[in-house]
Design a protein around this ligand. Sequence first.
Ligand code: SF4
Length: 365
Amino acid sequence: MTEQTAGSTTRTSRLSEQLRQQTRPVELTVDHLRVYYATRSGYVRAVDDVSFEVRPGAYLGIVGESGCGKTTLVKGIFRLLPEDAFVDGDVRLDGRNVLAMKSNELRQARWTRMSLITQSAMNSLDPVYRVGDQIVEAIRAHWDVSYDDAWQRAAEMFDLVGLAPDRLRNYPHQFSGGMRQRAIIALALVLQPGLIIADEPTTALDVITQDQILARIRRIHEAASASMILVTHDISVIAETCNDTAVMYAGKIVEYGPTIGVLQEPCHPYTMGLKNAFPNIKGGIDKLIAIPGSPPSLIDPPQGCLFAERCPFASDRCRDLKPSLRHVGTDHSAACHYTDQVASLRERAKKKSTWDEVAVRIGLA
Ligand code: SF4
């Protein structure tokens, strides 16, 4: 058995070309998805009635603070949740409900129709096998191709993510963190999926490597004509990358729409606060401003708006009544009672004193 042979290049290039032609971007529809975890103190509503769609070829960003339910949402889409999780709703991949798929169909759908790039690359590669062999194994588990052709396909993927194909012969411990993450991206892309989900793909990396990998992912999205979801806590990453944005807070989507609309004219006070907290999109604000406080308990959530405690504009109405997502523009929606006063809220939300008052109100200053 050889790793690469002269002559396999033509065959494998043809294989890659065939795959490229066969691949079509996937449409994903998530409808009223709920994921609850049972604990001794009650149910944790990690994802609570979330609905959105990813149009074929679109690039959706999902943003929110740590613990807001982003990763649980992704695991729900992939059916990677613990068995005791309570899951309800619909996740449709080109019309087929992922939550109802039998294990064979699900195995086929994962990696060939949708693939996942996780934040913990170290754990995704087996330390006792060469990286190239792990990628070859993934290819041959789904396609009836020779070892040589599979190796050549893996080499092409390494090239695509900026790794020298010779590195396929290395073991995971011989890679730096950034190289491991690139190898995981290559693994996730090797079966030419129609939907790629990247969950905090650069969190553990230094800033320069982060930029390089995000640029690669952008180029891959364009080249592969795939649909994409990028999950991140960093709203400035979304600004540079995604067509559409969903803002999550405490297990719910609180704002959703075209990225330009959501970031330039946010309609939910939480999005306004997130914007203040990141340097690249702060626009007109001299200093970064954090949102005081922390998200509410997901076991015993407040009766009204989940953001009320931290919101500078909260009223009794907000504390009593949960706002639902409502249209605020073309394809743009927000879950706030005061979207009719949004221009004034935006101006007030740019001021540090507005958020300082919240800190005082909740006893943090
Ligand atoms: S409903 Fe009220 S508390 Fe909730 S975000 Fe809107 S203004 Fe703030």
